[in-house]
Design a protein around this ligand. Structure first.
Ligand code: PBG
Length: 330
């Protein structure tokens, strides 16, 4: 090889010359089966209600939710994560609608299961904030603090009614200590040994949940800092991970995704169970808003965020773009 002066001996650019070459050497690939669609269903509405801070996402009616589930199956999406939005009048201090067998989430689980059967992994948010009038993820004690152990009793009941309704996977997202263990026991004692737990293991107290609070009509005043993790902490998520696995989590999740890719990478390295990441409402809103202003290219930005999340170690990604992206990948 003739060298003129100091020409580089190695040229990594050779493997970037054509789209076919780049495709061949890609280390990570998104697949429709990586994706899970979070979906909201609202009680008592005749038409889907748009969520202004999440352009393109709606609070579904029972009918449009069934359609969205069918579309997800057709696109090859792996699963759907359901959130119930009850009528305002049904909210109370203990979140009764969350354990009512005819509560909106339970109805939605039955609807989706009847519509798509086992063709989609049906998951449900197991948390009280959608159903409480104060908007917290648990019940409150006399001083107005979130009462961990009283909340666990409510979660155990929720697990049972959601499983009775036919869910495949429950997703406890309230960050109460001991929630996975209590839910596992409740499921096992009621004949639901086959229902899996996707534990929200590292769930951070994040400003990026903002649009979600509109999506579920949350009445929260204040914050969730006494139960969700402090964004400053990484090591703490490994402690949460160890506890969740010990208590019986089948899969673990990091949430939000993009600001916590280091947490995701660490957890993915440490476990032998599937790892999920939740690209949350504010992450969605940021991209949609910047794209609407013409500041970024929407489609490439979406794929870049999802690829980054996968590269960091996620086996599954919850994203509001699931069906759209799955169709494109299809
Ligand atoms: C709790 C829950 C939240 C989200 C999923 N489950 C809100 C919160 O913790 O405040 C947020 C999802 C999103 O922002 O997209 N039930």
């Amino acid at each position: 090889m003739t060298h003129y002066g100091s020409f580089p001996g190695a040229r990594p650019r050779r493997l970037r010359t054509t789209p076919a070459m780049r495709r061949m050497v890609a280390e990570h690939r998104l697949h429709p089966a990586d994706l899970i669609l979070p979906a909201f269903v609202r009680e008592g509405v005749g038409a889907p209600v748009p969520i202004s801070a999440m352009p393109g996402v709606v609070q579904h009616t029972r009918d449009t939710l069934r359609k969205a589930a069918v579309e997800a199956v057709e696109a090859g999406v792996a699963g759907i994560m359901l959130f119930g939005v009850p009528e305002e009048a049904k909210k109370d201090a203990v979140g009764s609608a969350g354990t009512d067998p005819d509560g909106i989430l339970q109805v939605a689980i039955r609807d989706v299961r009847a519509e798509v059967g086992d063709d989609l992994v049906i998951m449900s948010d197991l948390c009280l904030d959608e159903y409480t009038d104060h908007g917290h993820c648990g019940v409150l004690d006399a001083e107005g603090r979130v009462d961990n152990d009283a909340t666990l009793e409510r979660y155990a009941e929720m697990a049972q009614v959601q499983a009775d309704a036919g869910v495949h996977v429950v997703g406890p997202s309230g960050m109460m200590d001991g929630q996975v263990g209590v839910i596992r026991d409740a499921l096992d004692q009621t004949g639901h040994e086959d229902v899996s737990i996707l534990a929200y293991t590292a769930k951070y107290s994040s400003a990026f949940y903002g649009p979600f609070r509109e999506a579920v009509g949350s009445s929260l005043k204040g914050d969730r800092k006494t139960y969700q993790q402090d964004p400053a902490n990484l090591r703490e998520s490994l402690r949460e991970l160890a506890l969740d696995l010990q208590e019986g989590a089948d899969m673990v999740m990091v949430k939000p995704a993009l600001p916590y890719l280091d947490v995701l990478a660490k957890i993915a390295d440490a476990v032998d169970v599937p790892v999920a990441a939740y690209q949350i409402s504010g992450e969605y809103a940021m991209v949609e808003a910047a794209a609407e202003k013409g500041w970024i290219d929407r489609d490439s930005a979406i794929l870049e965020t999802l690829t980054g999340i996968k590269r960091a170690g996620a086996d599954m990604i919850l994203t509001y773009w699931a069906t759209e992206v799955a169709r494109k990948l299809g």
